[in-house]
Design a protein around this ligand. Structure first.
Ligand SMILES: NC(=O)C1=CN([C@@H]2O[C@H](COP(=O)(O)OP(=O)(O)OC[C@H]3O[C@@H](n4cnc5c(N)ncnc54)[C@H](OP(=O)(O)O)[C@@H]3O)[C@@H](O)[C@H]2O)C=CC1
Ligand SMILES: CC(=O)C(=O)O
Ligand SMILES: [Mg+2]
Length: 760
């Protein structure tokens, strides 16, 4: 649980020098452009450029919607600024805004796989700015305006919305409004307030302030309960100084003239102004349980530490990532555009904004996965005063927010290409964030249709219990937690989880099946030096043995273990109880996913230095796994040499394995021996026209366990691949072993793979 008070000591700090170095090291700046098509050969060139490129040109000229099929338009957003209101730093010009705009562009990519480029336009003239942008429509699927001062931004956005047929969205207005509304919905809920009689003060009557008020009023806040302030104080009816039509729309009848007057007794205050604008006295004068959103960047109107010195009943949020409750538009713009682009929305309307805010608010109320806990440095946040809004690293945002936005676009009639299958869309969204997610999603939808009973052998462990609940909540099957009832229940209570009927707790010592399992084990082990009593002790005390007995005897369908024990020891426990499937070999297969490509690597778990027969078996098992995952296997048997060169003894086994596969007449593509580059790179493979693989390999059979282990770990650490596994295949009953210290998400995934019975 997060502590009650903000803890500055835990906050990451950096020097100015470090910030400059960060931006300067490697290639200066934060983004570069990469081609998505190969440009390696003469043929590639003639397709990508003249003459091949003429074909899509004509197609688009004939039907402009084809631009979405043949160009990057549909996934490309421009982040455009003139630098007149850079964060809360003021008007520092177009060029100085570039680091922020590059930052927004990479956040688009990082969080929602939206390609984005920053465009800084060096003019403060509203008409000139509009003219510079209005003709850019063909290049982009959407325009994200950023850090343009009020009231220019209102005119610019409105005119561009009229002139362009793609979404134009001023992030500082609407992004901020959406996120603060989401936070406000939850803060009102936590403090038991009703939107109709809550008093709100907004300091800052610029882009962000005005848009926030418009959205909260659209949600039902009465006009007379809201006071807007700017550098001149309260915006009251009849004020003349420093006014414009957008401020006037929110002017109220009140005697309050200063921000301090307005904040007396207020329930909520929004800061969208500048550093230090709220004084301790102002905060002290607010109503009990005040809601304080100090959102100025980079430094808030008041810090959470300063609030904590004055009162302990406040809910405080800032725009920064290093305090709890980050109300920042980064939670919105990537996902809102993702949803809008995916339905080819012509605009981003109020219905889509409110849908995004509600989806965000809802997400904060749900149980938090481990990846989010990691973003909180080990503190698992729970819906409450210090967790009113999800963090930007929450992996659930990518499927929840765009789906809500896309649905609202469809319902409000602005979607050019409605989504037919929303579940499939959500799965696709998750896959954009993490390539592994697409494969897992397929597995999940399959096992949901025929849920299985899965033994979670280490049922007393916290992550295992959380995983079991997540597994059951997602409808993936029925978990069985093995452990002492009291211990399991206490851990559950500590996690705030209630026991429930669909999650069984089985105590090995007390179960009525205890004797049957001991008999079963004795029948297997009596000729290996075990007495019946030894078997009974194993069943009673070893959870892997007990869990495996449940699976072996049909009391459960699959099993997951490994959180507290080394892989090889857990495997030994299991092998005592479960044999290989007749005619099969037990191996480990790892899945490496990178750059849209999935490659299976085997054997990553069992055979240290396989002989030729074993290598052939490994190829057969791994090809089976590829098929079960929906890939047509192309198996490369790897070595350091390729088809006999350089010659060497160590490759002999691999060549022999290929001959064995020839004799077995297997029904999949295979070849070798070959080096990894030949296996994976079409051009390198082309140097061997006799190679029997029809394309780059998707199954790599490694010559030995050390090369398998080293290469998968290097892929993960250096190559940016996601690697899952080793998945255990070839056992007669499905059991999977996670790595020591696996997170709840890892356990759920491996439990799903066990339930799916990936080994066939
Ligand atoms: N957390 C988030 O996600 C976001 C935070 N922001 C923050 O909000 C702030 C405003 O941004 P934005 O609306 O784009 O900028 P604008 O330039 O459009 O508006 C600034 C507004 O703040 C007012 N203001 C400035 N200083 C003070 C002060 N000391 N007291 C009262 N009012 C003041 C100005 O008053 P006047 O009209 O009298 O000049 C003006 O109304 C920035 O700090 C920015 O970082 C913005 C967007 C997103
Ligand atoms: C977060 C943001 O967009 C701003 O402070 O301007
Ligand atoms: Mg901004």
């Amino acid at each position: 649980m997060p502590s009650d008070k903000p803890q500055p000591a835990q906050r990451p700090t950096f020097t100015d020098q470090e910030a400059l170095l960060f931006h300067n090291q490697g290639k200066p700046g934060k983004l570069e452009v990469n081609p998505t098509k190969p440009m390696a050969t003469q043929r590639d060139l003639s397709l990508a450029y003249s003459p091949g490129v003429a074909v899509p040109v004509r197609a688009i000229a004939e039907d402009p919607s084809r631009a979405y099929d043949y160009t990057s338009k549909g996934n490309m957003v421009a982040v455009i600024s003139n630098g007149t209101a850079i964060l809360g730093l003021g008007n520092l010009g177009a060029l100085a805004s570039k680091p922020v705009m590059e930052g927004k562009a990479v956040l688009f990519k990082r969080f929602a796989d939206v390609d984005s480029i920053d465009l800084e336009i060096a003019t403060e003239d509203v008409d000139a700015f509009i003219n510079a942008v209005r003709y850019l429509g063909p290049s982009f699927g959407g325009i994200n305006l950023e850090d343009i001062r009020a009231p220019d931004c209102f005119i610019i956005e409105q005119r561009l919305r009229e002139l362009m047929d793609i979404p134009v969205f001023h992030d500082d207005q609407h992004g901020t409004a959406i996120i603060s509304l989401a936070g406000l919905i939850n803060a009102l809920d936590l403090t038991g307030r009703d939107i109709r009689n809550t008093k709100l003060v907004c300091n800052g009557a610029g882009a962000a302030g005005i848009a926030c008020l418009e959205l909260v009023k659209a949600m039902g806040f009465p006009n007379e309960n809201v006071i807007l302030c700017d550098t001149k104080g309260v915006i009251y009816k009849g004020r003349e100084e420093g006014m414009n039509q957008w401020k006037s729309a929110h002017a109220v009848d009140t005697d309050a003239r200063t921000l301090a007057d307005a904040m007396k007794g207020a329930d909520v205050v929004f800061g969208l102004s500048a550093k230090g604008a709220f004084t301790p006295e102002m905060i002290a004068s607010m109503a009990p349980n005040p809601i304080i959103f100090a959102m100025a960047n980079p430094d808030p109107e008041i810090t959470p530490e300063e609030v904590a010195e004055i009162r302990d009943d406040a809910i405080v949020a800032t725009g920064r990532s290093d305090y709890p409750n980050q109300i920042n538009n980064v939670l919105g713009f990537p996902y809102i555009f993702r949803g809008a682009l995916d339905v080819r929305a012509t605009t981003i309307n109020d219905a889509m904004k409110i849908a995004a805010a509600k989806a965000l608010a809802q997400l904060a109320r749900e149980d938090v996965p481990d990846q989010v806990a990691a973003a909180y440095r080990g503190n698992r946040p729970r819906y409450g005063r210090e967790y009113i809004i999800p963090v930007p690293f929450d992996p659930r945002l990518i499927s929840a927010i765009p789906a809500a936005v896309a649905r609202a676009a469809m319902e409000s009639g602005v979607a050019g290409r409605p989504i037919v299958d929303m579940d499939a869309y959500r799965a696709e969204l998750s896959a954009r964030r993490d390539p592994i997610a697409g494969t897992l999603q397929r597995i999940h939808s399959k096992i949901r249709r025929a849920p299985k009973r899965v033994v979670f052998a280490e049922g007393e462990e916290e992550p295992v219990i959380r995983a079991a609940f997540a597994f059951a909540n997602s409808g993936l099957g029925w978990p069985i937690l093995v452990g002492r009832d009291q211990q399991v229940l206490e851990t559950m209570a500590g996690l705030g989880l209630e026991p429930r009927d669909d999650i069984e707790i089985v105590n090995a010592r007390l179960t009525r099946r205890n004797k049957d399992y001991a008999d079963y084990l004795y029948a297997r082990l009596q000729r290996r030096g075990y007495l019946w009593r030894d078997c009974q002790r194993l069943v009673n005390t070893d959870r892997n043995t007990f869990g495996a007995c449940m699976v072996a005897t049909g009391d459960a369908d699959a099993m997951i273990t490994g959180v507290t024990r080394n892989y090889s020891i857990a495997l030994e426990d299991i092998r005592r109880v479960i044999d290989p499937k007749p005619g099969h070999r037990v191996i480990g297969v790892s899945l490496a996913l990178a750059r849209g490509r999935t490659v299976l690597v085997a054997d990553t778990a069992i055979h240290e230095m396989p002989g030729a027969e074993e290598l052939a078996d490994i190829a057969v098992e791994a090809a089976g796994v590829a098929r079960r995952l929906g890939y047509e296997p192309r198996v490369a048997l790897l070595a350091y040499s390729t088809f006999g060169h350089p010659s060497g003894e160590r490759s002999e086994r691999v060549r022999e394995a290929v001959k064995i596969l020839d004799k077995r007449h297997v029904d999949f593509e295979y070849d070798g021996e070959m080096s990894a580059d030949v296996a994976l790179n079409r051009d390198a493979m082309a140097a061997y026209p006799f190679c029997r693989l029809s394309g780059p390999a998707n199954v790599l059979v490694m010559p030995a366990i050390h090369s398998a282990s080293i290469s998968t770990r290097m892929l993960q650490e250096l190559g940016g691949s996601t690697v899952i596994g080793p998945l255990l295949v070839g056992l007669d009953k499905p059991v999977q072993i996670v790595g020591l210290g696996a997170t709840d998400a890892d356990i759920v995934n491996m439990a799903s793979i066990a339930a799916y019975n990936i080994g066939g």
